[in-house]
Design a protein. Structure first.
Lengths: 130, 461
């Protein structure tokens, strides 16, 4: 089975509460929601982060939003003001999770590959019109 | 007040934090129809900063950007009937209210506007009374009683709900200034007031909480910091902040003014809903516990997302309390290493610096070294640094209860330039600064210990 990065299947947003970072993962395509549910178990996510998450990983489901919410306990070096980390508020734990490699069918790989990355033709110096 | 079931109330977001886009509230008021402007100024760390400012100058201790901002928009707000609800009062809502009255007079609305000042969330002056009365204020995660850090507490405030804001609106306040109101109450208090919701309207209130969660981070709900298709986000140079079109049944539409930049779409709103989310079935506020697991989002037009299906449960008997206490010192030093072998040079510098701190006999509670450009944000997930990495920023941080140790550390970064690995630059910023750490102590307090102290004062401009 082909492997793609989670960044092509889902977008994400993270934030903090004390020493806990949360990561909300949202399927780009509702057809991939079941795949995310099966793949992104608490164990798999805890494994992925390894030493970056000292405590437990908890998962919550928001089926109507095709989203999962993860609480990563003990991820922020003591939290907000105490932490020595650049990302003391866990703002980019979201994209760290999206680095995960996921096995998918050929069909999903074809459809999703490149979905989450900026297209080659994008010109950052050009204004984006509505 | 009549409660017409077809009315729509527009509640716009004007600030997502203290330091947000200063032009956003001006655009919200001028660029389209609006009934309420909410502005959130307070993060956890903000309260302790404000407390420190107030201890040096008794008339300080609030978001000092707010009165000058109101001076710019006060007249337009009064003319258009836009009422403002904000927690800019910080640890000194009275001081903020007094300056606001001056700002109103300077803006030409003397005799035409009222300011409502909400007080009573501050617990600092009666902390010992509370402890003596048996409120232990145990840390919500560790369970330790507050007495273990009592002598180091710098600020203490209860997160208060919508009640006093509604009271101020009923008394005719055009601007309501609070201290540590919850961020979400700034949005749902106007709904309670306008639609006559009672505290038992749990499902409606829970919708209001979600509306507040969407509004409280400013443009983060209208395209700012959104990961989804970010490169397509239009006209971010004039991004429109979100606004809520609220209906009496609780349902609402998230939108923004026509002709502004950014985007309000289902995926953008979903990202904001998940920001700082815990258990989505148990979103606790002072006024209601919201359950978002049945929430439905529907795109009902361009830049229009309708929210329904939120459920509510009765509120708990407690308020969350935010306590800041002094917890040692930290400092961060940086240098930049250039190609060739930039990462190897920076890692050698790390080894040398650790050894020097050791030889000096300095002890730290924590030492952390990151190489910005390689592993600062994603740690080991970033893999090995590319062999030809053009440059890295060496970022070395320490934390200790011992201020002298941290101060000594701040003198150890510069010497690395001439006594360590080569091709090093970027020391123009000078010596790192030792910073006092304000740590947070989240706790719960029974509502009856706060309620009798809440007060609303109405000032005539």
């Amino acid at each position: 089975m082909p492997t793609i990065q989670l960044v092509d299947l889902a977008h994400a947003r993270s934030g903090d509460k004390g020493d806990t970072a949360n990561v909300g993962v949202i399927a780009y395509d509702p057809r991939d929601w079941e795949l995310l549910r099966e793949t992104l178990t608490e164990e798999r996510v805890k494994d992925h982060f390894g030493e970056m998450v000292k405590g437990e990983v908890e998962r919550y489901e928001l089926p109507n939003l095709h989203a999962l919410n993860f609480m990563l306990h003990g991820a922020l070096g003591g939290g907000g003001t105490v932490s020595l980390m650049t990302d003391a508020q866990g703002k980019v734990f979201s994209t760290a999770l999206l680095r995960m490699e996921v096995e998918v069918s050929d069909e999903v790989a074809r459809r999703a590959r490149g979905r989450g990355r900026v297209p080659a033709e994008f010109d950052p110096a050009a204004p984006v019109e509505p | 007040m009549t409660h017409d079931d077809t009315r729509t109330i527009r509640i716009g977001s004007g600030q997502g934090f203290w330091g947000d886009d200063l032009e956003a509230p001006v655009r919200q008021v001028h660029d389209g129809p609006l009934d309420y402007l909410m502005m959130d100024y307070l993060a956890e760390v903000t309260m302790s900063i404000m407390q420190k400012q107030r201890s040096r100058r008794p008339e300080a201790g609030f978001a000092r950007d707010f009165p000058p901002l109101m001076e710019r928009i006060f007249e337009a707000c009064v003319e258009k009937g836009v009422r403002v609800v904000t927690n800019a009062g910080g640890v000194n809502p009275e001081g903020c209210g007094a300056e606001l009255v001056e700002a109103g007079r300077a803006a030409g609305v003397a005799g035409k506007a009222r300011v409502g000042v909400v007080t009573g969330d501050g617990l600092m002056d009666r902390l010992d009374d509370l402890l003596e009365a048996g409120h232990e204020l145990r840390h919500m995660e560790t369970g330790e009683p507050l007495s273990t850090v009592r002598d180091r507490v710098q600020s203490a405030n209860a997160y208060i709900g919508a009640g006093p804001i509604v009271e101020a609106l009923e008394a005719g306040a055009d601007v309501v200034v609070t201290g540590r109101s919850t961020d979400t109450a700034l949005t749902y208090a106007p709904m309670m007031y306008e639609f006559g919701w009672s505290p038992d309207d749990h499902h409606r209130l829970a919708h209001g909480v979600v509306a507040g969660h969407i509004n409280e981070c400013g443009a983060q709900a209208s395209g700012g910091n959104a990961l989804v298709d970010w490169w397509t986000m239009p006209s971010m140079e004039r991004v429109g902040f979100p606004l809520i079109e609220a209906h009496p049944d609780g349902s609402f539409v998230v939108t923004k003014h026509d002709g502004t930049g950014g985007r309000v779409s289902r995926p953008v709103v979903t990202e904001q809903l998940l920001y700082e989310m815990g258990d989505p079935s148990d979103y606790i506020t002072p006024d209601v516990v919201a359950d978002l697991t049945g929430l439905e989002l529907e795109e009902v037009g361009p830049d229009r997302v309708r929210v329904t299906g939120v459920r509510g449960q009765p509120a708990t008997d407690f308020l969350k309390v935010s306590i800041a206490y002094s917890d040692g010192y930290k400092a961060v030093g940086t240098l930049v290493y250039a190609w060739p072998d930039a990462a190897a040079k920076a890692r050698s510098a790390e080894r040398i610096l650790r050894a020097r701190l050791d030889r000096l006999g300095l002890t730290f509670d924590e030492i952390r070294c990151e190489l910005v450009g390689w592993n600062a944000t994603h740690g080991h997930l970033a893999g090995s640094p590319p062999a030809d990495i053009p440059e890295v920023q060496f970022r070395f941080a320490v934390r200790s209860r011992d201020r002298d140790a941290v101060e000594r550390f701040t003198r150890e970064i510069a010497p690395l330039v001439l006594t360590g690995p080569p091709s090093v630059t970027g020391f123009a910023g000078g010596r790192p600064r030792a910073q006092e750490i304000m740590a947070f102590w989240p706790a719960l307090l029974r509502k009856e210990a706060v309620r009798p102290h809440l007060n609303v004062e109405i000032l005539e401009v």
